[in-house]
Design a protein around this ligand. Structure first.
Ligand code: DGP
Length: 233
């Protein structure tokens, strides 16, 4: 049952960021805190490695399979589309959705791929196109961390994109996406993008996240769920 006032719907909150930014820990902390406070909330994570498509993505990320760069990009996007209707229904039913990674990772990681000469393999616009029209988040919290801080935290893991050079390019793409979202919040489906300094102590980050999310979930959101990167409601 929704606890929101009137005809409001629940917000869609995405936490994006670089590997080692603490994003996954903070997303699940946020979800727990919402439910402890009596707020209906569902936790979603992309890639969702449990579906048939997700299993292909998982094996690609662990380098146990190879796939064409275009093909894997489209699979990541399809993995998000698999849950699009569910996310929209939850929001309209008054359940907040807290999401660990979304379409912004899709662009930032795929557009950061380069060939042996350092030339990009996939154009930025091409990377964005398959995700146009997905449910638009009301709030994106981008967890920003410098490569130095990430290194202090024990460096990256073993998966395919967890290399410093790649993470640096990803960071620059995230920033570009954030700037573009800021400039065209309405045409981007009404999404608000906020950058969080994720290099600080865990408690400080948690405090800031709660300060941004709590008013949104308590107040609720007017109007339908937006569509990402389209002008239509
Ligand atoms: P995670 O399970 O959050 O550690 O994410 C797995 C890795 O996949 C991480 O390095 C980021 C990357 N990733 C997430 N979404 C996408 C996407 O849509 N496209 C591409 N190319 N990479 C993605």
């Amino acid at each position: 049952m929704s606890t929101l006032p009137g005809k409001k719907r629940a917000p869609f909150i995405v936490i994006e960021g670089l590997d080692r930014s603490g994003k996954t820990t903070q997303t699940s902390k946020l979800h727990s805190r919402l439910t402890e406070n009596g707020i209906d909330a569902t936790l979603v994570k992309f890639p969702d490695r449990t579906t048939a498509i997700g299993k292909m993505i998982d094996s690609y990320l662990r380098s146990t399979s190879e796939l064409d760069d275009h093909a894997i990009h489209l699979l990541f996007s399809a993995n998000r589309w698999e849950l699009a209707t569910t996310i929209e229904k939850l929001l309209l039913a008054g359940t907040a959705v807290v999401c660990d990674r979304y379409a912004f990772s899709g662009i930032a990681f795929s557009a950061s791929k380069v060939d042996s000469t350092g030339a990009p393999l996939l154009p930025f616009e091409w990377c964005r196109d398959p995700d146009v029209g997905l449910p638009a988040p009301d709030l994106v919290l981008f967890f920003d961390i410098t490569p130095e801080k990430a290194r202090e935290r024990g460096g990256y893991g073993e998966e395919r994109y967890e290399k410093e050079e790649m993470q640096l390019r990803v960071r620059n793409f995230f920033r570009r996406i954030g700037e573009e979202m800021d400039g065209e919040a309405q045409s981007a489906g009404g999404t608000r993008w906020i950058s969080i300094d994720a290099g600080r102590e865990r408690e400080e980050v948690e405090h800031d996240v709660w300060g941004l999310v709590e008013p949104l979930v308590t107040r609720g959101v007017d109007g339908p769920v937006g569509k990402l990167w389209t002008k239509d409601p």
